[in-house]
Design a protein around this ligand. Structure first.
Ligand SMILES: CC(C)(COP(=O)(O)OP(=O)(O)OC[C@H]1O[C@@H](n2cnc3c(N)ncnc32)[C@H](O)[C@@H]1OP(=O)(O)O)[C@@H](O)C(=O)NCCC(=O)NCCS
Length: 160
């Protein structure tokens, strides 16, 4: 069972383990070093302090251990989600749980009309996370597989 929490300055080492060379293959960036981790944390904490808040960069924890990061970006034109897990935590359903948890926020308290996501065409595991979470493929854009999810439509009203 995962939990999501805000990142703190104490997370720098765990973040470097999460953003390793294996995890970053499809992320369009290299592995994270200590300076990169501190910069990342400063960005995450600044985003958390913003009003209104448009970016959620949250830690994914299991039994209080930071194993991943999930991001929800509310900036126009469409909200997007992204995620990364530490390599030794792959394949346990944590990314899917994280996405489902953040969708509950997106379609609950945030009242968003839709959330979008994308992945590199060779990153089949990421596509599986999205389809397991209820996303629908929305075509290839700029060489990336794109996906969309909207809140479930309410059931039709019964005639009285
Ligand atoms: C993609 C990533 C987040 C998945 O995290 P995870 O916690 O392992 O994901 P889950 O366990 O929730 O689900 C993974 C699913 O992909 C499947 N999968 C794993 N590798 C796969 C592959 N090579 N091809 C097809 N499916 C694959 C798993 O079997 C599982 O599906 P299942 O439950 O039907 O068996 C993780 O691999 C990661 O952090 N990768 C590096 C960062 C990254 O690529 N982020 C996404 C950027 S778009």
């Amino acid at each position: 069972m995962i939990e999501l929490r805000e990142l703190t300055p104490e997370d720098a080492e765990a973040l470097q383990q999460i953003y390793s060379s294996e995890s970053t293959v499809f992320l369009g960036r290299g592995p994270m070093d200590e300076a990169g981790a501190l910069c990342y944390l400063a960005t995450a904490m600044a985003a958390a302090a913003q009003t209104p808040r448009t970016r959620y960069i949250l830690g994914i924890t299991v039994r209080a251990e930071l194993l991943g990061v999930i991001k929800l970006n509310l900036d126009a034109p469409a909200a997007t989600v992204g995620y990364v897990l530490r390599v030794d935590a792959w394949g346990r359903g944590y990314a899917t749980e994280g996405v489902r948890t953040i969708l509950a926020l997106a379609f609950g308290p945030f009242g968003l009309p839709e959330v979008r996501a994308k992945h590199h065409p060779d990153n089949a595991a990421s596509g599986r996370v999205l389809t397991k979470s209820g996303f629908t493929p929305a075509g290839v854009v700029g060489g990336f597989e794109t996906y969309v999810i909207r809140p479930s439509a309410p059931p039709p009203l019964r005639p009285v």
